[in-house]
Design a protein around this ligand. Structure first.
Ligand SMILES: Cc1cc2nc3c(=O)[nH]c(=O)nc-3n(C[C@H](O)[C@H](O)[C@H](O)COP(=O)(O)OP(=O)(O)OC[C@H]3O[C@@H](n4cnc5c(N)ncnc54)[C@H](O)[C@@H]3O)c2cc1C
Length: 390
């Protein structure tokens, strides 16, 4: 992407946050299987959390989305899980609160959102299916002064830590995508409980949880956006989540590929560096080429998003392709490290495990291809869910 002097200075400040504040505490986050509240507050003080929140609403009001891309790149270079937990807050939830919130909601939530006092999560997926968003089963029934929610969500990033969860629930039965609304459910509301921290194959430090709603009374003031427009609200905001993911996927793989190239220069076999064998050299050359070509497309998408011109199809292409490239490159890097590549004390091994999910979350890669294919003039599959139709 095109970077100004201000972008470069911001990149330096993100790197300082990572080196000074995140890295020294990181092992404890892995042990606790979540990011401690302290680091959210430090990130808030460093004005990293409110990039997408205008200054007059208490945020740091970044002049363009490139600043969020830089934050995402630097976090993902350090750890994909750090990126995913912060990106849910900064890139995914912020647009819901800022764009759909009333001024009363802005005043109530945004100061804490920006300072790190309030950690947020996005609750779409349910155990019966994440792809078919229009089929959401959690219900919200009208009651005096508000709504009563019943149901559950699963795989929710920041789910255990979150103070505010944007929850998609059915307000009109049998209306598929036209019957969903969004609610902000707050920690401590009676009947709202968090289940176990889910045990994942990667990203142990990101807190991924199940959420349960058992007759949770949610006051009218916590309806976010328009009643029965929840599906549209979500589909309008998924492209930012996907380009944010694409930026992170590539930065994460690029950082490991750089390490791998250095390793291939140092590691010896048959009295010479392993990278000097033609088989290895070609392997590394292919990975470097695939990364650079993909970066050009993702950068173009970032520039479009900065100008407000990114389409849902551009974002879908960037999301599925970057996550496939990330998977191939990290698998190839493990191969270069040989047996060490399989040892969890090596970054490359952890990165390989951490990255598997990027082909699944934020809309699976099959659904991204459904969206791209539909744009080529082929008919929708019925109920395409996260692809943005019923
Ligand atoms: C670590 C992690 C963190 C997550 N964080 C969040 C979060 O913060 N908030 C949230 O709401 N969700 C979150 N998710 C959920 C994620 O978005 C879903 O897992 C994803 O959308 C897929 O839904 P599913 O797992 O129910 O799979 P299913 O919907 O059951 O799909 C299973 C398979 O069928 C395929 N499939 C389904 N429909 C079609 C079709 N029409 N055409 C072709 N193939 C199809 C899918 O591509 C997939 O391969 C997270 C998931 C993980 C693993």
């Amino acid at each position: 992407m095109n970077q100004t002097q201000e972008h470069l200075a911001f990149r330096e400040s993100v790197r300082s946050f990572i080196d000074r504040d995140l890295e020294p505490r990181y092992e404890s986050f892995i042990e606790q299987r979540c990011f401690a509240r302290e680091i959210w507050r430090i990130a808030g003080k460093a004005e990293l959390l409110g990039l997408g929140v205008p200054e007059h609403l208490g945020g740091s009001g970044a002049p363009d989305w490139g600043y969020q891309a830089i934050l995402g790149e630097e976090l993902a270079r350090f750890s994909l899980a750090a990126n995913s937990c912060f990106a849910i807050h900064v890139d995914v939830v912020a647009p819901y609160l800022v764009e759909l919130g009333t001024s009363e909601q802005h005043q109530r939530w945004l100061p804490g959102f920006c300072s790190g006092e309030l950690v947020t999560a996005m609750g779409m997926t349910e155990s019966a299916g994440g792809t078919d968003v229009a089929g959401i089963k959690t219900t919200a029934q009208r009651a005096s002064g508000g709504w009563v929610l019943n149901g559950s969500k699963t795989f929710i990033t920041n789910g255990g830590s979150a103070d505010l969860v944007v929850v998609a629930a059915r307000t009109t039965p049998n209306a598929r995508s036209r019957g969903l609304s969004l609610f902000v459910v707050e920690k401590g509301m009676a009947g709202f409980t968090v289940g176990r921290k889910l045990d994942k194959i990667g990203q142990p430090e990101s807190d991924t949880a199940e959420l349960f709603f058992d007759d949770v009374f949610v006051p009218e003031e916590n309806l976010l956006g328009e009643e029965n427009s929840g599906f549209k609200h979500m589909m309008d905001r998924l492209p930012q989540e996907r380009i944010s993911g694409a930026v992170a996927n590539l930065a994460h793989a690029a950082s490991i590929l750089e390490d791998t190239i250095s390793y291939a220069k140092e590691r010896q076999a048959f009295g010479q560096s392993i990278g000097s064998f033609q088989g290895m050299k070609f392997h590394l050359a292919e990975m470097a080429t695939e990364m650079e070509v993909t970066q050009a497309y993702v950068d173009r998408c970032v520039d479009r998003h900065v100008r407000g011109e990114l389409t849902a199809v551009d974002a879908a292409k960037a999301k599925w392709w970057s996550s496939d490239v990330q998977g191939r490159v990290l698998d190839g890097c493990v191969q270069v490290y040989g047996g060490y590549g399989y040892m969890t004390e090596y970054r490359v091994a952890r990165a390989w495990r951490d990255a598997r999910v990027t082909r699944i979350w934020a809309g699976t890669n099959e659904i991204m291809k459904e969206l791209v294919g539909r744009n080529l003039g082929f008919p929708d599959v019925r109920h395409a869910g996260r692809a943005g139709s019923e």
